[in-house]
Design a protein. Structure first.
Length: 161
């Protein structure tokens, strides 16, 4: 999957927040960008996004209309899968990821996994699941959480990764 630049991401944000198809002029008018963008710049970005597979285009009278090819959530999930694919040890990467999510996000993951056969951790022996970080006995040796401006708690592993 291709990555999105800042301007491409801004254009995709406009398309994801719309209820339907938009012309390049409509996208340009809705863009909240630090500089005024020419219509032709927005058109070029939309064409690039279409080539990358993020955008669909349809002819409407004299203009083309554009819409996101997939939801924001589907694009994020694909990016997460792509990143996971680069890990030498997918299991450890998943454990580290799960160790960094909030309790609410963990519950969402738990519910999403239920149709796949229940709680996978309950079925696997403790030794099969490596600790995300911490002590040799598997205990978590986490530093104090760091609070960001959004009041979201972020766990930082001891090794700084």
């Amino acid at each position: 999957m291709a990555r999105l630049g800042d301007l491409e991401r801004s254009v995709m944000d406009v398309l994801w927040s719309s209820d339907g198809w938009l012309t390049a002029r409509e996208v340009a008018a809705r863009l909240d960008h630090e500089r005024d963008l020419a219509y032709t710049t927005v058109l070029t970005v939309l064409e690039r996004l279409e080539r990358k597979g993020f955008v669909r285009r349809q002819r409407a009278a004299r203009a083309h209309r554009y819409a996101a090819s997939d939801s924001r959530e589907a694009v994020v999930a694909e990016a997460m899968m792509e990143a996971l694919g680069t890990a030498d040890d997918r299991g450890s990467a998943l454990v580290r990821f799960v160790g960094s999510v909030s309790a609410e996000e963990a519950e969402i993951l738990r519910r999403a996994l239920e149709p796949l056969g229940g709680d996978p951790a309950a079925e696997a022996p403790d030794s099969a699941i490596p600790p995300p970080f911490g002590t040799a006995d598997g205990g978590l040796d986490r530093p104090d959480p760091v609070t960001t401006d959004s009041d979201r708690t972020v766990q930082i592993p001891p090794d700084g990764r």
